[in-house]
Every structure is written in C-alpha cells, then in structure tokens.
Design a protein. Structure first.
Length: 64
C-alpha cells in the first residue's frame, strides 16, 4: 500500500498548487495593485502544501 500513498499525495499537491496558481493569476489580473499581497498568500499556501507532501513522504517511509 505504501507504493500508492506517496504518489497520491504528490498528485494531490500538484493539483492543489496548480489550482492555487491559477486562482492567484486570475486575482492579480483582476486587481494588479494587490499583486504583491496575492503573491505572498500564494507562496505561503504553496509552502504549506509542499510541507504536507513532505510529511506524507516521511510517513510513507516510516510505515514502509
């Protein structure tokens, strides 16, 4: 089961970050003056998603 857990976590992270990037790009296109704030929130969200993906990797190594 270990060989499925991590790829699913990576797939979920890829979908989450791509959705986050798409939403950030649309928001910046609508309000260019808020671009720096939106970019900060995007980077913070992407970092949280990556941290959870790394946690899934570590847990899959521990369990396996």
């Amino acid at each position: 089961m270990n060989f499925i857990a991590y790829p699913l976590a990576v797939l979920g992270a890829a979908v989450g970050i791509s959705w986050l990037g798409q939403t950030a790009a649309k928001s910046i296109a609508r309000q260019p003056e808020a671009g720096s704030t939106i970019q900060t929130v995007f980077i913070l969200g992407a970092a949280f998603i990556e941290a959870l993906t790394l946690l899934a990797f570590v847990l899959s190594l521990i369990k396996g």
